[in-house]
Design a protein around this ligand. Structure first.
Ligand code: NAI
Length: 269
């Protein structure tokens, strides 16, 4: 059901690769709520992915940008304001990739060039996106910036590898930049800590099926799906959450505050 919560709002959505992507579902929901936006992804992902289809469905233009490139980001931000006809009200950073994970390197055997590249893509890019928006004075007052994260930033999950460190950095950037964006421009910055979700990035994690089923049986409400995440993100982009900022918001059906569930206990009795 749509409530027109984003009527008249303009945004940029990073990271829709295919219809499973959290950013893809979010783009469809933002569109249903009356928001307009530019879609963006890395040039390589645009060649391989299906973003054109999403652009057509939502009447959105697509601007390629490698989120690690300051030049690409400046071009993206400037062109988005031209296309959308004004400053930006909402931004979704939905980007993650570990080169160590992709190349099968364990946490105890990191290749540090891979580590640096993965950190740049998954964590520092959030700072680069916000610095570009800030310096170009591209955000409207009471605008909202959201990035997606995972609880491995707080607790150890052995197979999450160096993405755990990347997520800890990402969440810290949200707090640190959130202070300045709040003070200087009245813009809020938050991270959503999402349940394991079956997407290209999610399924890259070793033992993902066990991981997602365990979380589902632990959480009193079950895992939050990609669509649930899209719905939650809409509220953070809307005017109903204007004083929520610098937060890491768990969106996981209660998993993060559950010690153990009856279902999991039953397996050990
Ligand atoms: P996805 O694979 O659909 O999305 C990841 C996106 O990052 C892709 O669109 C990819 O092209 C983009 N990307 C990679 N390198 C890039 C670069 N250099 N510049 C710009 N974009 C680049 O997977 P998903 O799951 O939708 O991931 C979105 C976010 O959600 C990520 O931050 C991920 O860590 C986070 N997340 C995912 C969970 C899961 O279990 N799937 C759980 C918690 C958080």
């Amino acid at each position: 059901m749509a409530y027109n919560l984003l009527k008249g709002k303009r945004g940029i959505i990073f990271g829709a690769l295919d219809e499973n992507s959290i950013a893809w579902k979010t783009a469809l929901s933002v569109h249903a709520e009356g928001g307009t936006f530019v879609l963006t992804n890395a040039p390589i992902a645009l060649r391989m992915g299906q973003l054109k289809e999403l652009g057509e469905q939502t009447g959105s233009e697509i601007i390629p940008a490698d989120a690690t490139s300051e030049e690409d980001l400046k071009n993206l931000v400037t062109k988005s304001m031209e296309i959308l006809g004004g400053k930006i009200d909402f931004v979704l950073h939905s980007i993650g990739m570990s080169v160590n994970v992709r190349k099968g390197r364990s946490y105890m055997d990191e290749n540090y060039d891979f580590t640096a590249k993965g950190w740049d893509i998954s964590a520092l890019s959030f700072h680069k996106v916000m610095q570009t928006l800030y310096k170009n004075d591209a955000m409207s007052e009471w605008g909202s910036i959201v990035a997606l994260t995972y609880m491995a930033a707080q607790r150890s999950f052995p197979d999450y590898n160096d993405m755990a460190d990347n997520k800890a950095y990402l969440e810290s950037v949200a707090r640190s930049f959130g202070y300045f964006f709040g003070k200087d421009k009245k813009v809020r910055v938050n991270t959503i800590s999402q349940s394991p979700t079956a997407t290209t990035a999610g399924q890259g994690i070793k033992g993902f099926n066990g991981f997602i089923n365990f979380a589902d049986q632990m959480a009193p409400l079950g895992n939050a799906t990609a669509q649930d995440c899209a719905d939650y993100t809409i509220t953070l982009f809307s005017d109903l959450t204007r004083k929520v900022t610098m937060q890491n918001l768990f969106h996981d059906g209660g998993f993060s505050n559950t010690g153990v569930s009856r279902e999991v206990m039953d397996k050990f009795e």
